[in-house]
Design a protein around this ligand. Structure first.
Ligand SMILES: Cc1cc2nc3c(=O)[nH]c(=O)nc-3n(C[C@H](O)[C@H](O)[C@H](O)COP(=O)(O)OP(=O)(O)OC[C@H]3O[C@@H](n4cnc5c(N)ncnc54)[C@H](O)[C@@H]3O)c2cc1C
Length: 413
């Protein structure tokens, strides 16, 4: 198990690390520990996944994938990476509705933080969850289901790891589909909404250095007409691109309109290659979609602070959902993502400036990335915040799954 997160900015403080190979072992471990935390692939950028106690990776549990074509679901082990799951689903003619920018992350870790891709009609990855199996504080195995457990279930999916150790998840599947990916250059800002409406999944990249948005990555169904030459006033990229200027396009999924399976087009980055730049910090804020253009404009006065510490900014659309702690709870969202340079001292003041500018739009931070919002701002951004606090105290009365970061944002009453 690694001693730091993927980015290297967090050294795990756990006094013991474990890699159990059976469910019983996980149950015994949780029951016998006073402080315990599950870890996925460690791709988060903050201390949410850390603990001073026992850190548990579930990567040693059996990798059984059980497809249920009648229900349209698949049951997967918590630690499985999306890339590995996607290949197995595709072989059998199935797919997931969406994926994040990278296939390297674990299903449970991504779901716990409300990880998302892009697509104005598509929810984040947690919205595909139809069932959960978790080991709760006393070592019991709890199974919850979307149909049977309704509202409480909606509170348990984006869990921040605070409710227990998730051992398996059941996800909705759809028939496999093919996509084509096109990269277009120089989008006028006023065309942002039209761009999001034009394809299944759309990512817009900008650098805060010019009036136009630098690149648009369109991921559209393979049988849809390709964008015309003058699409929204942009030009076609003359070759494959990497979102971070100057980095090798080889790390990225195929572009230039080549058709290919969903899991080889929806992520920007390929399994087996370094995603993003590999030397970075990340922050991200979700604002209401209708206020997206205004939120982007509100960052202009601090563009001179952002640009020098920015590798790239990505704008994505995410559909609203009902999951209590989802960044997209109750609102169609524009996600403003920042890939920063790997220098916390230079980046943190800029993160604070971004948060101040976005404050009027009630920004919801990505739970797994760098943010510094005041606890009161976080509490007031989620209408079901108090219900989640209540759920945590019911399922984990002794605070076994707590971390410093959870104590800051979800203090015990
Ligand atoms: C290069 C890069 C690109 C990224 N791109 C995107 C993107 O496109 N969209 C996006 O939204 N995010 C993105 N992220 C962020 C990433 O998706 C999240 O940080 C996600 O949580 C990482 O999953 P993980 O398996 O590494 O989780 P970890 O960082 O290992 O853990 C995250 C949280 O989940 C909890 N957890 C993990 N496993 C379990 C379990 N079995 N039971 C209970 N709790 C558990 C942990 O305790 C922790 O609190 C990116 C990150 C990187 C490094």
């Amino acid at each position: 198990m690694p001693g730091t997160n993927w980015a290297g900015n967090v050294s795990y403080a756990a006094r013991r690390r474990h890699r159990p190979s059976s469910l019983d072992e996980v149950r015994r471990l949780v029951a016998g520990s006073d402080r315990v935390r599950a870890i996925g692939t460690g791709h988060s950028f903050n201390r949410l996944g850390d603990t001073a106690g026992d850190l548990v990776s579930l990567a040693g549990l059996p990798a059984t994938v059980a497809l249920d074509p009648d229900r349209g679901t698949v049951s997967v082990p918590a630690a499985m990476r999306y890339g590995d799951l996607a290949a197995r689903l595709h072989e059998r003619g199935y797919a997931l509705a969406n994926l994040a920018s990278l296939p390297h992350i674990s299903v449970a870790g991504a779901v716990a933080t409300g990880t998302h891709g892009s697509g104005e009609t598509v929810g984040n990855l947690a919205t595909a969850v139809a069932g959960l199996e978790l080991v709760t504080a006393d070592g019991d195995l709890l199974t919850v289901d979307r149909a049977a457990d309704g509202d409480t279930f909606a509170g348990m999916v984006v869990s921040l790891g605070a409710l227990g150790v998730v051992t398996r998840l059941t996800l909705d599947v759809v028939p496999a589909y093919d996509l084509r990916q096109y990269v277009r250059l120089g989008l006028p800002r006023e065309a942002l909404d039209a761009a999001f409406a034009s394809a299944y999944s759309v990512s817009v990249f900008t650098d805060f250095r010019g009036p136009r948005l630098r690149e648009v990555w369109l991921k559209q169904h393979a049988d849809a007409a390709p964008p015309p030459a003058d699409w929204l006033g942009t030009t076609a990229a003359d070759g494959p691109r990497h979102p971070v200027p100057g980095l090798p396009a080889e790390n990225c999924t195929a572009q230039l309109g080549a058709p290919g399976p969903w899991h080889e087009r929806l992520p920007h980055f390929r399994l087996g290659f370094t995603p993003s730049s590999g030397d970075e910090l990340q922050s991200e804020y979700h604002v209401p979609r209708g206020a997206g253009a205004a939120a982007l404009a509100a960052l202009e006065p601090v563009a001179h602070l952002i640009a020098p510490v920015l590798q790239v900014c990505e704008l994505r659309a995410v559909a609203a959902d009902g999951l209590w702690l989802s960044p997209n709870h109750g609102r169609d969202s524009l996600a403003l993502h920042f890939t920063w340079v790997a220098d916390p001292a230079a980046v943190l003041p800029v993160v604070a400036a971004v948060e101040e500018q976005l404050a009027p739009f009630v920004p919801r931070p990505h739970w797994g990335k760098v943010f510094g919002l005041a606890p009161a701002a976080v509490a007031s951004a989620w209408p079901r915040y108090a219900d989640f606090l209540d759920l945590v105290s019911r399922l984990d009365p002794a605070g076994k799954f707590r971390t410093d970061l959870l104590d800051r944002y979800f203090p015990r009453s």
